[in-house]
Write a protein that binds this ligand. Structure first.
Ligand code: FRU
Length: 530
C-alpha cells in the first residue's frame, strides 16, 4: 500500500495498476458486459498501448481478464489503438481497431473472438489480411483513427465512420463494407467543421424523438435523430451535436449550425474525453463510457502506480422537453450501491448560510437535491445584462443576488479544502433567469501541483421546473449532473485532508439576496468489486 491509495475509487472502473485511456469495444455479449480499454501495462504513463479487458454482469462490479490484444504484428507494433465492436445478425462479433504500424502509420484492422462460444471472449484473432484500411489519398498517415461501430445502409451493407482532418477542418470519413475486409470510401464526408482540428473517437448513433429506450445503431426512420460526437485532439473535450442523417448520401447535417460539432455542446464541462457509446440490447438503452484522466502531475501518477478512471457509465437519451440536447444519467445499476440514506426536506437556506450535513463519512456519496429560490426576491430584483461565466467569475466565493448555492463536497471541517458544486442564477434585462451549473476546484486541495480549474456552463431550465442536481462523490472524482443530466461536469480532485472519514459535506447558499429551499437525499455508497 501507498500513501496516495486514498485516491483510488470505490465504484469507478480502473485497472489494478498502470496507465489507462480510452474505452474500447464496449458490448453486451452472452450475458456479460465487456469493457476493453487502452492500457499501457508497463507504466502509469501513456506508451505502447494494448487492449485491457474486464467483464461485468451489471456495469458496476468488474472482473479483470487477461490482455485481449497485444502489439504483436507489424500493423499494430506501435500500439493497438481505439476501436469498436459490432454485433452481426447471427450474434457473432467483429472488432475494428486502429493499429499504429511499425512505421507509425495509422491503419484499421479487423479482429474477432477465437471462440465465439466463450462468453468471456478471452482470446482474440487478428485477421491475417490486416490492415483492412490504410489512409486514403489526401489524408495524413497520422490522422486516420478510431473506427466506429458499424450500422446498416439502406442497401443492406455495413457502414462505419473514421475521424480525421484536412488542414484545420475536422472531418469524418465514411466507408461501406459487406465483410469488414474490403471497404469502399464514400464521396464526401459524414460531416466536416472548419477550425476544429483532428476528430478522435468519433461516435455516431440514433436517438429517439419520443421513446424512453435507446436505439440500436442501425435504427433509422421518421422518429429518429442522429448524434455526432467528436473528441477534439486540440482542445481535449468531447463535443456533440444533434442532427439529421441522410442514409442515401451518407451525410449528416446539424439541426442548429451555430451549435455544430466542436463549437457547440459538450458531453461534459469538466474532465471527460474519448467517450464511446454502445447499444445495450439487454436493457434496450444506449450507454456511454468515458476516459477520465488524472489532473495531478505525472510524478504523482508514477508514485501511485496508476493513472485514469472510467466515468460511471451513463445512459443517453434525447431531452424530450427541449429536443435540442441529450440527457446523460448514471446507469440505474449504480443505485444498488446506495446505503444509509439521509433526507432533509424543505430546508430553508438563508442568503449567506452554510450548513454541515452530519454524515459518518462523506468520501463515497450519491447526492440528489432540488432547490427553489425565494420567488418574492426573484420578482423584486432588477434585471441586468448577464455576463456570468463559471470559469471566469471567481467561483463559489463570488456572491451574486441569486447564487451561488449548492454543495461543498470532499470538504474539510474548516473548509481549508472543499469542492463546491453549485447553481448560479442571473436575472437578465428581459426579466428572464439564466442558470449556470459550475464546479469549483480552486480550493479542492492544499496541494499546489494539481489542476484547480473552475468548470461549468449554462443549463436550460424550463418553465415550472425546479433546479435539480445529482452528485456522485468517489474519493478523487466528483461527477455532477444538473436538470436530470442536461449539463454534466466531471472533476478530478486531490484533497490532502478531506479524505476517508475526514471528508465532510456542506450545503451552502452564497447568494446575497435570496433564500433557497433545499430538499436533499444523500446516500453513502458501498464499494463495488473492481
Ligand atoms: C484518444 C486517442 C485515440 C487513439 C488512442 C491511442 O485518446 O488518442 O485517438 O486511438 O487514444 O491510445
Amino acid at each position: 500500500s501507498n500513501m496516495l491509495d486514498w485516491q483510488r475509487t470505490a465504484f469507478h472502473f480502473q485497472p489494478e495498476n498502470n496507465w489507462m485511456n480510452d474505452p474500447n469495444g464496449p458490448v453486451f455479449y452472452k450475458g456479460w458486459y465487456h469493457l476493453f480499454y487502452q492500457y499501457h501495462p508497463d507504466a502509469p504513463v501513456w506508451g505502447k498501448i494494448v487492449w485491457g479487458h474486464a467483464v461485468s454482469k451489471d456495469l458496476i462490479n468488474w472482473r479483470h481478464l487477461p490482455i485481449a490484444m497485444e502489439t504483436d504484428q507489424w500493423y499494430d507494433e506501435q500500439g493497438v489503438w481505439t476501436g469498436s465492436a459490432t454485433i452481426l445478425p447471427d450474434g457473432q462479433l467483429v472488432v475494428l481497431y486502429t493499429g499504429s504500424t511499425n512505421e507509425s502509420v495509422q491503419v484499421q484492422n479487423l479482429a474477432y473472438p477465437a471462440d465465439t462460444s466463450d462468453p468471456l471472449l478471452i482470446n482474440w484473432v487478428k485477421y491475417p489480411g490486416n490492415p483492412v484500411l490504410v489512409p486514403p489519398p489526401g489524408i495524413d498517415n497520422k490522422d486516420f483513427r478510431d473506427p466506429t461501430t458499424a450500422w446498416k445502409t439502406p442497401e443492406g451493407k455495413w457502414r462505419i465512420t473514421i475521424g480525421s482532418k484536412i488542414n484545420k477542418t475536422g472531418i469524418s470519413l465514411v466507408y461501406d463494407t459487406e465483410d469488414f475486409k474490403t471497404f469502399e470510401l464514400l464521396d464526401g464526408v459524414l460531416h466536416a467543421v472548419p477550425g476544429t482540428g483532428m476528430w478522435e473517437c468519433v461516435d455516431f448513433y440514433p436517438i429517439s424523438k419520443q421513446a424512453e429506450n435507446g436505439l440500436d445503431t442501425s435504427v433509422d426512420g421518421p422518429g429518429v435523430k442522429h448524434v455526432v460526437k467528436a473528441s477534439l485532439d486540440d482542445d481535449r473535450n468531447d463535443y456533440y451535436a444533434i442532427g439529421s442523417y441522410d442514409a442515401y448520401k451518407g451525410k449528416w447535417t446539424p439541426d442548429n449550425p451555430t451549435l455544430d460539432v466542436g463549437i457547440g455542446l459538450r458531453y461534459d464541462y469538466g474532465v471527460y474525453y474519448a467517450s464511446k457509446t454502445f447499444y445495450d440490447q439487454n436493457k434496450q438503452r444506449r450507454v456511454s463510457w468515458s476516459w477520465i484522466k488524472e489532473t495531478d502531475t505525472e510524478a504523482s501518477d508514477i508514485s501511485k502506480g496508476w493513472a485514469s478512471l472510467m466515468g460511471v457509465p451513463r445512459t443517453i437519451l434525447l431531452d424530450k422537453k427541449t429536443q435540442s440536447n441529450i440527457i446523460q444519467w448514471p446507469v440505474e445499476e449504480i443505485n444498488a450501491l446506495r446505503t444509509n440514506a439521509t433526507v432533509f426536506n424543505n430546508l430553508i437556506m438563508e442568503a449567506g448560510s452554510l450548513v454541515p450535513l452530519d454524515l459518518p463519512a462523506a468520501s463515497q456519496l450519491d447526492i440528489v437535491a432540488e432547490f427553489e429560490l425565494d420567488e418574492q426576491t426573484v420578482m423584486r430584483l432588477n434585471g441586468a445584462a448577464v455576463a456570468y461565466d463559471c470559469a471566469k467569475n471567481g467561483g463559489a466565493a463570488t456572491r451574486g443576488a441569486l447564487g451561488p448555492f449548492g454543495f461543498s463536497v470532499l470538504a474539510h471541517d474548516g473548509l481549508i479544502e472543499h469542492t463546491p458544486v453549485y447553481f448560479y442564477v442571473a436575472k437578465g434585462v428581459d426579466g428572464n433567469l439564466e442558470t449556470f451549473f459550475c464546479a469549483d476546484q480552486s480550493r479542492s486541495s492544499t496541494a499546489t501541483d494539481v489542476d484547480k480549474s473552475i468548470f461549468g456552463n449554462i443549463v436550460p431550465v424550463l418553465k415550472g421546473e425546479k433546479l435539480s442536481m445529482r452528485i456522485l462523490v468517489d474519493h478523487s472524482i466528483v461527477e455532477s449532473f444538473a436538470q436530470e443530466g442536461r449539463t454534466c461536469i466531471t472533476s478530478r480532485v486531490y484533497p490532502t485532508k478531506a479524505i476517508y472519514n475526514n471528508a465532510r459535506l456542506f450545503l451552502f447558499n452564497n447568494a446575497t439576496a435570496a433564500s433557497v429551499t433545499a430538499s436533499v437525499s444523500v446516500w453513502q455508497m458501498k464499494s463495488a468489486e473492481i
